[in-house]
Design a binder for this molecule. Structure first.
Ligand code: ADP
Length: 496
């Protein structure tokens, strides 16, 4: 039996999971680390702590599994995306804290670029929109604001990386400075058509090429993890950003296969095959992964408030004591009684894109109870996801056949039944819920011949439960039309 070690470096914790070759979890370890908020809108991590927690959980997971490092065929890395690290190549020390994906400090610069009218060209090259979310403007900020950084970068003394690159550098003792196309495609510096750094984007953002990592296939060789805390060297053979890794872990290998992760927010990716689909609905076009010399692409959309609306019912309204309780409360009523809750607490993301939208609850009459509000809250997650599906179908021209799901809120059966009813296609919950880590392990296993090909992995993928649509299609269309009217009322609430 071969084993694979997945390193899952997330926004709030570092995790390590050991899988056997059948894709079953053998052991896992997890450590949280500090979130640093230097001022409003800024979010940072100590890159040293990202590394120290990650290596510690790897060692802990190996020890607890009673597996020797030499029994591990390979390491797969998956990571919080877009978070940016800049370090000194000689000392290996970061020049400042990592700037986290959530950080908004470059919003002004992004608006300026948008006013300059460059967004269509940026979208054509990178598949992305001008938003502080992506790495490029974060790197520019570090080069402009850390004393001496720009000069040192131009002299080739500094190295930039997303978190995958930072971990690879440390695991290989500074031997390898590399990333994969799924992570590179989140930087605003990568041309998704050419599969390489884009000179025009480097010029626009003022980034010297000397700081950038080499780009290697997501499933391939990233050197050996030779750190002294590991008793024997292990090849690093799989790398992908967290959402793309989850798409791989959900075995979405043919165009049209789509996964949605129901977490705090929701992240949906549709595999669109070997040519990138440019979105007309302000979705993102991203590299899914590169394996065997072939690049697959995906369309991506996200919902800002997904499971978080359930937290609001728990912590804000105190209608429930724990997140799972929402299901029972929502099942205490027949239907939403005409109530629609639009959880635009932080504006609305794709496909609405309205930063000025705010939460709204409409359709309230005298008979409305807590049960109806719970129902409307769960429905709001499903409606938002359905809106994303419509945008993806329209961009890709591929009708959805089923939706593969994972994430904390996907435990909610009522939510998934509502989702199937609204979409009119089956919603399928995967047996292994750790799809992100599993995807990284699979990418590593593919490169090291643990698996003969993607087909072999696809055969291992198992559904835990399928939710079949049972609602009349006219009824579903009526509900969605009502939801759209509610969304219109929430839009543009906050004055610009
Ligand atoms: P993240 O990775 O974004 O931190 P998770 O995948 O751990 O999120 O999911 C946590 C989210 O799922 C929380 O917002 C929580 O409110 C929601 N959640 C957890 N269990 C349930 C449930 N049974 N029903 C509905 N929502 C749930």
């Amino acid at each position: 039996m071969a084993y694979l070690l997945a390193l899952d470096q997330g926004t709030t914790s570092s995790r390590a999971i050991i899988f056997d070759e059948r894709g079953s979890m053998v052991n896992a370890a997890q450590r949280e680390f500090a979130q640093i908020y230097p001022q409003a809108g800024w979010v940072e991590h100590d890159a040293g702590e990202i590394w120290s927690t990650q290596i510690a959980v790897a060692v802990e997971a190996l020890a607890g599994a009673r597996i020797e490092p030499r029994q591990i065929a390979a390491i797969g890395i998956t990571n919080q995306r877009e978070t940016s690290v800049l370090w000194d190549r000689k000392s290996g020390k970061p020049v400042c804290n990592a700037i986290v994906w959530q950080d908004r400090r470059t919003a002004g610069f992004c608006s300026q670029l948008r006013r300059d009218g460059v967004e269509p060209d940026v979208q054509a090259r990178t598949g992305l929109l001008l938003d502080p979310y992506f790495s490029g403007t974060k790197l520019r900020w570090m080069l402009d604001n850390v004393a001496g950084a720009r000069e040192r970068a131009e002299r080739g003394e500094l190295a930039f990386g997303t978190v995958d690159t930072w971990l690879i550098w440390n695991l290989t003792g500074g031997e390898v400075h590399a990333t994969d196309p799924s992570n590179a495609s989140r930087t605003l510096l990568f041309n998704i058509h050419k599969g390489d750094w884009d000179e025009e984007m480097l010029r626009l953002l003022g980034v010297p090429r000397a700081v950038l990592p080499e780009i290697r296939a997501s499933s391939g060789s990233f050197g050996e993890a030779s750190h002294s805390m590991l008793a024997a060297p292990i090849p690093i053979a799989g790398v992908a950003g967290d959402q793309q890794a989850a798409l791989f872990g959900q075995a979405c290998y043919t165009p049209g296969l789509t996964k949605n992760t129901y977490g705090t927010g929701c992240f949906m990716l549709m595999q669109t095959g070997t040519s990138p689909v440019v979105s007309k609905n302000r979705l993102l076009t991203t590299v899914a992964w590169q394996t065997d010399g072939i690049t697959d692409y995906a369309l991506e959309g996200s919902v800002f408030i997904g499971g978080a609306v359930v937290q609001w019912l728990r912590d804000g309204l105190k209608l429930i004591r724990s997140a799972p309780e929402i299901e029972e409360l929502a099942l205490s009523v027949e239907d939403n009684h005409g109530v629609y809750l639009v959880p635009a607490f932080a504006g609305l993301g794709a496909p609405h894109w309205d930063a000025y939208a705010r939460g709204a609850m409409v359709g309230i009459t005298r008979g409305v109870t807590a049960g109806h509000i719970a129902r409307a809250a769960l429905e709001s997650i499903a409606f938002q996801v359905a809106d994303l599906v419509s945008a993806m179908e329209s961009d890709s021209g591929i009708p959805l056949e089923e939706l593969r799901v994972d994430g904390g809120a996907s435990k909610n059966n009522l939510l998934l039944q509502l989702q199937a009813d609204l979409l009119g296609v089956p919603v399928v919950r995967a047996e292994v819920t750790e799809t992100t880590a599993l995807g990284a392990a699979y990418l590593a296993g593919l490169a090291t011949k643990v698996y003969s090909g993607r087909d072999a992995i696809a055969r291992q993928w198992r559904a835990e439960r399928r939710f079949e649509p049972s609602m009349d299609r006219t009824k579903a269309a009526e509900l969605r039309a009502k939801w759209s009217r509610a969304v219109e009322r929430a839009k543009g609430w906050e004055e610009a």
